[in-house]
Design a protein around this ligand. Structure first.
Ligand code: HEM
Length: 333
């Protein structure tokens, strides 16, 4: 009798229960970033071509833009979400992430606007800045001799900066390898993927402020002595002016190629940053370094996989983000 009563009560409540479940399901779907391959196929069919053309054009004018796009993806996606928060300027209560010491040395932001302007001319307020960050990095990897990576699109742009969280989320160049690995693990990248991603240090430069601790007052014994002499010539002051353009190149042999020379260098004690050198000395990472040094295809394969995972970190949904008109400002500014 009691059971019958309970069943009847449930039947009466069924429409209400179904409605509640449906509402919860819609809420969940809305809160997930819906990224997919060719997201712009109808709204802006040439979006990916436009980005690629601009990235190539900029590369031929200023080769280091390609290097920048790869670092920008890392610094954007590692901090909470691939949401172009890094591109926001300090205005109206927003404190730009660009002011964080962790983002020191980042360059070429102004050319993101060049890419955005080209997109706005064809498809106004359609392609997010977060997707520009992802696609420009993808195209830059190819220009620098790396692999072609299929990337999804449909990320939305944040309406806030995450300056306050950067120190907790973005590893520093002198952090321990265990800490670095745990940071990458928190965004779904394993040890092998972390070793591969650091291979991005096969291109670009490091300012002397990030190197001098390994040179003064005494040279770090894990540095090759001849290489240390070269670094001291590049960085002659123990306390360099942080604004001075004093730097050393990551890879002297193939400075503009995303290749496994990085691993060969660090195995020869020619890593610039402490984090680079630690890849060789840490038992958790050293065997991956050896394998990547021995096989460029294997490095490229692992790099593609890990960069893809990084590029899909926690994309914002329509509900939480927007498509900025100007990558430097939220639309309400
Ligand atoms: C533990 C992880 C990492 C640390 C601590 C780190 C730190 C640094 C530092 C200190 C610099 C030199 C900045 C300067 O002095 O100008 C640098 C440069 C660079 N990093 Fe990383 N990095 C890490 C991982 C990555 C990853 C995962 C990528 C990309 C996938 C990346 C891409 C680059 C590039 C391309 C440059 C050269 C930038 C240029 O020349 O403009 N880094 N990194």
């Amino acid at each position: 009798m009691l059971l019958l009563l309970l069943l009847r009560l449930m039947m009466l409540q069924l429409p209400f229960l179904l409605h509640t479940f449906a509402t919860i399901a819609i809420e969940i779907i809305m809160s997930l970033g819906e990224i997919q391959l060719n997201y712009y196929s109808e709204s802006c069919p040439n979006a990916e071509e436009i980005v690629k053309d601009e990235v190539i054009r900029l590369y031929h004018k200023h080769g280091n833009t390609a290097v920048s796009w790869i670092r920008t993806l890392f610094h954007d996606c590692m901090v909470k979400s691939c949401d172009a928060s890094i591109l926001l300027e300090s205005i109206n209560g927003i404190e730009s992430e660009k002011t964080s010491p962790r983002n020191m040395g980042m360059r070429n932001f102004k050319y993101i606007n060049t890419i955005k302007d080209a997109l706005e001319r064809s498809c106004p307020v359609t392609v997010s800045c977060a997707d520009i960050v992802a696609l420009s990095a993808r195209d830059a990897v190819v220009l620098l001799g790396g692999p072609r990576i299929e990337m999804k699109t449909g990320r939305k742009d944040s309406k806030e900066s995450h300056l306050a969280e950067i120190d907790d989320l973005l590893p520093n160049h002198n952090d321990s390898m265990m800490y670095v690995l745990s940071r990458f693990q928190s965004v779904g990248i394993d040890v092998e993927g972390t070793v591969a991603l650091l291979g991005a240090h096969s291109v670009g430069r490091v300012h002397c402020v990030n190197i001098v601790d390994r040179l003064y007052p005494a040279v770090d014994p894990t540095l090759d002595p001849t290489y240390a002499e070269y670094l001291k010539r590049r960085c002659p002051h123990p306390e360099p002016d942080p604004n001075a353009v004093e730097y050393a190149r990551n890879d002297l042999q193939t400075p503009m190629t995303l290749d496994n020379m990085y691993y060969k260098n660090i195995m020869n004690n020619k890593g610039l940053l402490l984090v680079d050198q630690q890849l060789v000395s840490s038992p958790a990472t050293s065997s991956f370094v050896e394998n990547m040094a021995a096989n460029n295809d294997y490095f490229h394969e692992q790099f593609s996989k890990a960069l893809l995972t990084l590029s899909e970190n926690n994309p914002l949904s329509e509900k939480d983000g927007e498509v900025r008109r100007d990558c430097r400002f939220v639309n309400s500014d």
